[in-house]
Write a protein that binds this ligand. Structure first.
Ligand code: HEC
Ligand code: HEC
Ligand code: HEC
Ligand code: HEC
Ligand code: HEC
Length: 403
């Protein structure tokens, strides 16, 4: 009996100690998969590609360069939000593997890993480190360079550099737009930053996408609009794709993802008006919002009086909530899955002083609280309005039951 008590006490202390340690020491939020664990090896780069910088490609492909310059890919390293978040998290090596994936972009060479999750690299000073290339973040060669060749989709071009033909351009995106979280103490329904897995889930497939499945992902069709033009000055006109990759930083792109309908409905009960807002993700194959769990939508439904003052308000957060400690657990996910409309109702009592109802939908890259926590002093807004709609009350028929 005494022995049993002793064992229980020891087990309890060990478990409590483990939980305490887990609360203090943040968990790595994902496993560094083989897909991106190793930087892109450029030791065999042909001389025509110069230093592999976007500027080298721009000498011949000027328009593609000009488009890429406007995108978050070109700022994947310099982006002040990334920099603040990266420093706050302890400036981990793992983050570089997608934000600066080329070997020459890393100040230290990766020789191997100490742990199975691959968060602790064994490194050595990198003599080929190129600070300017590092600042280009997800630069041309991050997507286009493999094994001494430039990856393309044509294969019948007169390029001065060797070309490796891709059977499907979406293969390029998979390296970075999903991370795996498979571990005994991690309970994700979908991986964090799991855009690719979200689409696979909608298609009824598993999260680990294979190269042959990428065609159905559709990333290039939606994120790289088609345009007929030459690849180089005075070249042959071809079917190309614009290098624009718009997402959460672009209100017009986010609006494209959503259908919003705000109407008065027939009341089910007397003595009140009833309004309904229907929100649906009709324009994106993944969830909206997607990507980092910081992204969210906020919906406010308000009842306003003649002076525009708020008499009543309800707010809804459309976001993914994850518990990070002591275990990682997907708590709830109210984001919009493709093609599944969500309805919200607003009731106004018939004796109300209200004259209008209003719906306001806004997009948030991250919360103000998180900005403060990680010390991110944003110079550009972290949220913006997507839709604001008002409907009059008195202009419609009198409230039922008030005849
Ligand atoms: C000296 C000029 C020059 C430089 C530098 C150059 N390219 Fe090209 N590239 C070309 C030409 C010419 C073509 C073929 C155009 C055609 O036939 O329509 C081409 C074709 C391509 C294609 C399409 C290949 C296919 O068959 O699908 C890609 C992709 C490409 N280049 C990317 C790059 C990238 C990325 C860089 C920089 C790392 C780069 N190029 C540097 C001249 C250049
Ligand atoms: C080498 C890694 C890498 C590859 C390959 C890659 N991306 Fe990205 N992508 C990133 C990173 C990192 C960011 C975030 C940059 C930032 O905001 O700091 C990003 C951001 C984006 C965004 C969001 C832009 C915004 O406004 O927030 C879109 C859309 C996107 N990528 C689409 C694509 C598509 C489509 C492909 C395939 C053609 C692709 N990416 C390939 C790493 C990559
Ligand atoms: C995030 C990944 C990514 C980055 C970064 C990127 N490209 Fe591309 N690029 C692609 C993909 C995917 C295609 C194939 C599109 C298709 O299906 O036609 C492509 C196609 C091209 C083509 C052939 C024309 C076409 O549209 O197919 C050229 C030329 C090219 N890229 C040049 C560049 C240059 C120059 C840069 C840097 C300034 C660059 N790319 C950066 C993903 C990328
Ligand atoms: C049917 C069109 C469609 C397809 C297919 C699609 N997207 Fe999107 N994507 C959108 C729209 C619209 C948005 C803007 C809404 C938003 O940001 O949530 C978006 C947003 C994004 C963002 C912005 C997230 C952020 O944090 O700002 C990323 C990253 C992204 N997509 C990546 C991808 C990748 C990678 C694929 C392929 C695996 C893909 N998308 C396939 C339409 C699409
Ligand atoms: C597997 C590739 C990958 C790794 C590893 C990675 N990221 Fe990213 N990161 C992305 C992609 C893709 C995006 C853009 C889409 C999205 O929002 O998820 C992004 C976006 C971000 C953003 C949002 C930037 C913006 O402009 O809004 C931050 C911040 C960020 N990452 C921080 C980190 C930190 C810190 C780490 C290391 C702990 C890290 N990332 C590791 C791929 C990666």
């Amino acid at each position: 009996m005494k022995k049993k008590t002793f064992i229980i006490v020891v087990v309890t202390i060990v478990f409590a100690g483990f939980l305490g340690w887990r609360f203090i020491r943040p968990m790595n939020i994902f496993v560094v998969g083989d897909r991106f664990a190793w930087p892109v090896n450029t030791t065999q780069a042909p001389a025509v590609l110069g230093k592999l910088s976007a500027g080298d490609c721009a000498a011949c492909h000027g328009e593609f360069y000009a488009e890429w310059r406007t995108t978050m890919h070109s700022q994947a390293w310099t982006d002040p939000y990334f920099q603040a978040d990266w420093r706050f998290d302890g400036a981990q090596h793992a983050c570089r593997l997608c934000h600066t994936p080329i070997d020459r972009q890393l100040p230290r060479k990766v020789l191997g890993y100490r742990d199975t999750d691959k968060w602790q690299p064994i490194t050595q000073i990198n003599a080929d480190f190129d600070a300017r290339l590092q600042h280009e973040g997800v630069t041309c060669v991050a997507c286009h360079y493999r094994d001494g060749q430039i990856v393309g989709v044509f294969g019948n071009t007169a390029a001065p550099h060797p070309v490796k033909v891709l059977s499907d351009p979406n293969q390029v995106c998979v390296r970075c737009h999903v991370v795996a979280g498979d571990r005994w103490d991690t309970f994700f329904r979908l991986p964090p930053c799991g855009t690719v897995a979200e689409i696979s889930a909608t298609l009824g497939k598993s999260a680990e996408i294979t190269a042959s499945d990428t065609r159905e992902l559709g990333c290039v069709q939606c994120h790289m609009p088609s345009l007929r033009r030459p690849l180089v000055k005075n070249g042959i006109v071809r079917d190309t794709h614009r290098h624009l990759w718009r997402g959460g930083h672009d209100p017009a792109m986010v609006r494209k993802a959503l259908s919003v309908e705000f109407v008065e409905t027939k009341p089910t009960q007397n003595n009140k008006w009833r309004f309904q807002l229907t929100l649906a993700n009709t324009g994106a194959a993944h969830y909206v919002p997607t990507g980092t769990p910081d992204r969210h939508l906020r919906l406010a439904l308000r009842v306003l009086d003649a002076g525009g003052r708020v008499l009543d308000e309800q707010t809804h957060m459309i976001k993914r909530t994850v518990m990070w400690r002591p275990f990682i657990v997907d708590l709830w996910d109210s984001r919009l899955a493709r093609g599944q409309p969500r309805r919200y109702e607003l009731d106004v009592p018939a004796d109300s002083r209200a004259v209008t109802v209003e719906a306001e939908l806004s997009y948030h890259l991250l919360t103000e609280a998180r900005c403060l926590r990680i010390g991110y002093k944003n110079r550009t807004p972290v949220s913006y309005e997507l839709v604001r709609k008002q409907l009059p009350l008195r202009a419609t028929v009198k409230a039922p039951g008030h005849e």
